[in-house]
Design a protein around this ligand. Structure first.
Ligand code: ZN
Length: 298
């Protein structure tokens, strides 16, 4: 199975500036097709140019909303760390998430699935963006697909009601704060704090599409400025930066005077979050900045 067949969240804790939501294009296409076949004839009656964009948007929303929930979980963990003064996210991943992985005790994945269907079903921008027929098909698709998911994920429909979601979130927050699959802090205590898991950063600008071939179903995807990671490193070295990380580190840190930048050689093309950070760092170096603009096509 390739990366194009999956979707995942790259956490700030592990990936730094390369954090974000990754959507495999092959998976987006597969879900779009499944949504299309739910209401078959009625969807094919819509104008062609409308239906393709709508189905791709609907499939993208399903995946995006699930992955955005993981960013919200990390946002909660960062707030908790500030209050409690000790790390929360990585210890939670080790002691609760991985411990419960591929079992129905993994509540984070169930809540991520619930978030997806709740956001699309409830009034709001995701619902408003979809044609009523496509919207109905998408909700039907999620109702059928979620119970067929892996353990943990397949319990998503148990949390679609407001009260169930609220108590599910409370339980997850208690697990995270207590770093235990069986927390002692009562779940209902969290209700008083309201939306403690609102996203700390704007995810919409940190979505990466993982392509399977040269042609993308996302028309804007190719217009984002970027360049090859090797070319970027070569440019920085030529302008006086030197490497301060170990040769095999997945994130390579380069330094010049007091400026430090991170690059990710694992990505052939520089993710735009990483490029934004490098551009910020070289802003006081006009020659380098101009060459980087040329390199990235800005
Ligand atoms: Zn997930």
């Amino acid at each position: 199975m390739g990366y194009g067949t999956a979707a995942w969240y790259q956490s700030i804790h592990k990936y730094g500036y390369a954090w974000g939501i990754c959507l495999g294009e092959k998976l987006v296409r597969k879900i779009a097709l499944e949504i299309a076949t739910i209401e078959g004839n009625r969807i094919t009656n819509l104008p062609n140019e409308c239906v393709v964009v709508q189905l791709i948007a609907a499939a993208t929303f399903c995946l995006y909303l699930h992955e955005r929930f993981h960013h919200r979980v990390e946002s909660f963990a960062i707030r908790t760390q500030i209050v409690d003064g000790r790390p929360c996210y990585l210890p939670y991943m080790r002691s609760v998430y991985r411990f419960a992985k591929l079992t129905d005790d993994l509540i984070e994945e169930a809540l991520a699935e619930a978030e997806s269907i709740r956001e699309i079903s409830n009034m709001g921008r995701f619902r408003d963006a979809l044609h009523p027929i496509v919207l109905k098909s998408t909700i039907e698709y999620l109702k059928k697909a979620i119970p067929l998911g892996p353990p943990g994920y397949r319990r998503g429909l148990s949390y679609t009601q407001d009260k169930k979601m609220e108590s599910g979130l409370g339980f997850l927050w208690s697990q995270m704060r207590g770093l235990s699959p069986k927390p002692t802090q009562p779940s209902d205590e969290w209700v008083l704090l309201g939306r403690i898991h609102d996203a700390l950063l704007e995810c919409r600008h940190d979505i990466w599409i993982v392509k399977n071939g040269r042609h993308s179903v996302f028309p804007l995807e190719d217009s984002q400025p970027t360049c090859s990671s090797d070319d970027l490193k070569e440019l920085l070295l030529r302008h006086g930066y030197h490497t301060i990380s170990e040769p095999n580190d997945p994130i390579q840190r380069l330094k010049k005077n007091k400026k430090e930048v991170d690059i990710h050689p694992g990505y052939k093309r520089v993710p735009h979050g990483v490029l934004k950070n490098v551009l910020r760092a070289v802003a006081n170096d006009p020659h380098l900045e101009r060459e980087l603009h040329d390199l990235a096509g800005i």
